[in-house]
Design a protein around this ligand. Structure first.
Ligand SMILES: C[S@@+](CC[C@H](N)C(=O)[O-])C[C@H]1O[C@@H](n2cnc3c(N)ncnc32)[C@H](O)[C@@H]1O
Length: 188
């Protein structure tokens, strides 16, 4: 299974949890594949990326698909803290822009900060997808920190699954998909 197949599985899970009434956040728009998927299945999408190139790619991708239910935000996803939730879901597809500058990548400290904020803004019965790429040095550090935060979530309030590729050469990408239960604690 290739990384894009892994994302197909992730999209199946995300699609299963979305309705046209939901507002969701793509925390890393990149080339817009995830944003387009979310826009097809949700009511409205906020999509963050720090790179103008990524915002432009995503804008073009959405225009090709005639999708107009996305607000593109060229900013760090840590600033989701300025929004009032709840949001039905969050997608973090970490790492660098495919085909872009590999030195501009998501970073451990801001990713963890953004995941914590996203948890606090997540709706009851919401979801979060986090795709990790441990195959480069910052991605490896970031993936370990994501592992840590996922392992510490109270299983009474969050159902967490991890999907990886056991028969590919490691370190291969993997993802976490979590859903919040109706008993979700407000302070996480
Ligand atoms: C793997 S790509 C995302 C792929 C994308 N979801 C798609 O479907 O094409 C990761 C993206 O995260 C962006 N990024 C890095 N740090 C960020 C931050 N602090 N806030 C928002 N986006 C960030 C990068 O610019 C890059 O475009």
């Amino acid at each position: 299974m290739k990384p894009h197949d892994l994302l197909d599985v992730a999209h199946l899970l995300v699609g299963h949890h979305l309705t046209k009434h939901d507002v969701v956040v793509d925390m890393t728009a990149g080339n817009g594949h995830d944003t387009v998927f979310l826009a097809r299945h949700a009511g409205h999408v906020l999509a963050y990326d720090i790179q103008p190139q990524a915002i432009e790619q995503t804008r073009l991708h959405l225009a090709r698909e005639a999708l107009d239910n996305v607000t593109l935000i060229q900013d760090s996803h840590v600033n989701i803290k300025d929004h009032v939730g709840p949001f039905k879901g969050f997608v973090f597809n970490l790492g660098y822009l495919p085909g872009g500058d590999k030195t501009i990548t998501t970073r451990t400290d801001t990713t963890i900060q953004a995941i914590k904020t996203a948890l606090s803004l997540l709706a009851v019965d919401g979801f979060m997808l986090v795709v990790c790429y441990p195959g480069h040095p910052e991605g490896e550090r970031e993936a370990r920190a994501v592992d840590d935060i996922m392992a510490r979530l109270d299983h009474a309030h969050y159902h967490v699954i991890k999907t990886h590729l056991p028969n590919t050469r490691s370190p291969s990408p993997y993802f976490y998909f979590l859903t919040s239960s109706s008993a979700k604690k407000k302070d996480e």
